[in-house]
Design a protein around this ligand. Sequence first.
Ligand code: ADP
Ligand code: MG
Length: 217
Amino acid sequence: MLDADFFRRWLTACAAAVDREADRLTELDSPIGDADHGSNLRRGFTAVAAVLEKEAPDTPGAVLLVAGRQLISTVGGASGPLYGTLLRRTGKALGDAAEVDGAGFAEALRTGVDAVAALGGAAPGDKTMLDALVPALDALEHSFGAAREAALHGALATAPLQARKGRASYLGERSIGHQDPGATSAALLFEALAETAETAETAETAEGDASREHGRG
Ligand code: ADP
Ligand code: MG
């Protein structure tokens, strides 16, 4: 089961990943955008990590609502409202449950991804973050690791596409041959999710081992 602490650790891991990869995200946003995607998300996720520490929301839904609100209010570019909506709508779908299982999370996340598509008017194939989000979501019903792979693959597969939404679409055919920055950052979020899940599993196994040791002793 995934609790508020799991979601806090996921978003903190997102902040670390975005911070680490910010320069690369901005580089990807140079030829087909305005070279601010990395700095936009770094500002946003740094603020998310800070507010989660300060407010310590105590349900998964509340963690995502607080984080989404923070992204919307701190990120000026298109990606702020889009990722903010993703987290807020996912959080809203989770309600006030203290814990959620993997399937429940995937279902809530579908509400969030649908809201991103509705807000941006984009669909998979338009060379946006949805090209990573949608395949990752579909793979999430198998495992966090499968979602990570699907998101990464989806991000790489944006390179040959012509952008139909966002700033990159202004370039028409000249957007072809460049990987989409938003799909790349979306893949980072799923990488952080898989890492967070692996850490949680390792901790559980260690706990199990410790209690068995204890029983034997
Ligand atoms: P801006 O384009 O305002 O500078 P960012 O650089 O932070 O914002 O984010 C750009 C990314 O946002 C794009 O690479 C793309 O993935 C995503 N994006 C832009 N417009 C849309 C849209 N309408 N729907 C979905 N994603 C979008
Ligand atoms: Mg930009």
